[in-house]
Design a protein around this ligand. Structure first.
Ligand code: ISL
Length: 523
């Protein structure tokens, strides 16, 4: 077990994800910007955050809201410029905090200069930077893969008579990581940001960057839901050949080696899949990613399927603890810009409070999603206002706009997100005059105050940071999840009740203790 004195910043720290479009608008266009983040650093520092992760802020036509990058080494004018970024990084560091940026290695925008060159002719030097294939002899698609966002994973380019691959929208052509020039160019983009002071990277769909060399058809999924939208070809297949190939680990090692050219940098990967395959992304001896994102508190083993149940959650945590080699540090995520908001997922704030306590007291690095600390739910977006390509293509219930709505700072018109006369790019909650940072920070029992106190307690408690984790059974009702976090002589007992009514836990052998914090801040 790692003693807390040896813990690195990314082990001790709590990461807070900012979706730049939705944090704070200082220009009055209804879209957040980097200057807005600078202005809210005091809030984050006071809340007790150690590191911020910014979703993409690079130049982008916004076909997938920034996950379609047109230039890896610049800032989208909507969000600011490189000078603003430098001021932001300096302001973060001045507070002793860290800055993590999103890195989107699997695909670029179709407006990236590399792709514009690549598509210009079959013999362009950058042709092989992307994945181009001839139609099958009958003119049909090169294989049966579907796009995450609906339709096939291939688009035909009439100018050169070939298809290019995209597992997201057609404006996101996939890079060919088997080409050494692509690899070198992409690793250089990491160096570019590390030289600017970036402390870590969240790597988008990192398990997708290598596909089967022969691009074989994926097998049909016999368990696909019957009611899938017609164009959801993706969910009809088992994802065997389009992601998580064994060869990817060689590339991950090279990415890690690039991070290690600079001191104390951290690699976080967006990953999913079965535990035994997922754990490989740490590397055989820790030469892979520092933190492969762990979504199992949300997903169990699939997408959006985790039942919010004491035994199920305990099962997920225990399986993770058992699967991790000694060198691997755990981490937990309960929300992000792709998923249902915590409060909506758990059917209200009471269980969201339990979830917050779980997330902030487990052994491992927690990642928080902006707005969860004030209990923002999924916010309904009228069908004609849906912007997310996943919602546009696959139906309103798949739209991720609902979890990307503006942060609510105060009770003024537009909640202090943008000026009163501007129109926020997505709507606010109906109760924003009460659900906002200014009002809730004055309320001694609000969910915001709970987050603040949990973060403060965690920061100053070695048992919670680096201590051991031990689940308890005896005397614990089945709808409760109870565990000990222990470091030397200090022992913290975390008792989480998933029932709607009060429950009693009997643990006589532990002796007497003192209540440090309760989810409703009333004990
Ligand atoms: O959003 C999803 C489910 O609602 C996922 O299928 C998601 O597309 C997948 O986890 C990959 O996500 C990442 O890459 C996408 C981008 O749209 C997401 O925002 C990003 O987190 C393509 O870059």
């Amino acid at each position: 077990m790692t003693g807390q004195t040896e813990l690195k910043w990314w082990q001790r720290g709590v990461v807070y994800q900012i979706y730049p479009r939705s944090f704070k608008d200082t220009t009055g266009n209804g879209v957040g910007d980097l200057q807005g983040i600078i202005e809210k650093l005091d809030y984050l520092e006071h809340l007790g955050i150690d590191a911020i992760w910014l979703s993409p802020f690079y130049p982008s036509p916004m076909a997938d809201f920034g996950y379609d990058v047109a230039d890896y080494c610049d800032v989208e004018p909507l969000f600011g410029d490189l000078a603003t970024f430098d001021r932001l990084a300096a302001a973060v560091h001045a507070r002793g905090m860290k800055i993590i940026v999103d890195w989107v290695p699997n695909h670029t925008s179709d407006q990236h200069k590399w792709f514009i060159e690549s598509r210009s002719s079959r013999d362009n030097p950058k042709r092989d930077w992307y994945i181009w294939r001839d139609p099958k002899p009958d003119g049909s698609l090169p294989n049966n893969w579907g796009s995450f966002f609906g339709g096939p994973a291939w688009t035909f380019d009439p100018q050169t008579g070939q298809y290019y691959m995209h597992q997201f929208v057609k404006e996101q052509p996939e890079l060919n990581w088997r080409n050494p020039e692509v690899k070198a160019a992409m690793l250089d983009t990491l160096r570019f940001w590390m030289r600017r002071g970036v402390d870590g990277f969240r790597m988008d769909v990192i398990g997708l960057i290598l596909k089967d060399a022969a691009l074989r058809d994926n097998p049909i999924n016999p368990h696909a839901p019957a009611n899938l939208p017609e164009n959801d070809l993706f969910s009809r297949l088992i994802q065997v050949y389009n992601m998580d190939q064994d060869e990817v680990h060689e590339v991950v090692r090279e990415i890690r080696a690039t991070l290690d050219e600079f001191p104390e940098r951290c690699g976080i990967g967006e990953l999913w899949g079965p535990l035994d395959r997922w754990v490989k992304y740490y590397g055989e001896h820790g030469e892979g990613l520092h933190l492969p994102f762990n979504f199992r508190l949300m997903d169990g083993m699939g997408f959006n399927r985790m039942t919010w149940d004491a035994q199920a959650l305990r099962g997920v945590v225990d399986a993770l603890e058992a699967a991790l080699p000694d060198f691997a540090w755990p981490n937990y995520v309960l929300g992000n810009h792709d998923r249902m908001r915590m409060v909506t997922r758990f059917g209200g704030e009471a269980q969201a409070r339990v979830a917050a306590m779980l997330l902030l007291t487990l052994r491992g690095t927690p990642t928080l999603y902006y707005g969860d600390e004030i209990g923002i739910p999924d916010v309904p977006v009228p069908p004609e206002k849906i912007q997310d390509p996943q919602g546009v293509n696959l139906g309103a219930e798949r739209s991720r706009d609902v979890c990307r709505t503006p942060m609510q700072w105060d009770a003024s018109p537009n909640a202090g997100f943008c000026p009163p006369d501007a129109e926020p790019w997505l709507p606010l909650t109906a109760d924003y005059t009460a659900r906002n940072v200014a009002v809730m920070s004055q309320d001694a029992t609000s969910i915001l105050t709970l987050y603040h106190q949990l973060l403060a307690m965690r920061q100053e408690t070695p048992a919670l940071l680096g201590g051991s984790y031990k689940p308890l059974d005896e005397g614990v009702p089945t709808d409760c999840y109870v565990y000990l976090r222990e470091d030397g002589a200090t022992r913290y007992l975390v008792a989480l009740n998933f029932a709607a009514e009060a429950r009693q836990v009997r643990l006589p052998e532990l002796g007497r203790g003192q209540i440090m914090l309760s989810t409703h801040l009333d004990r």
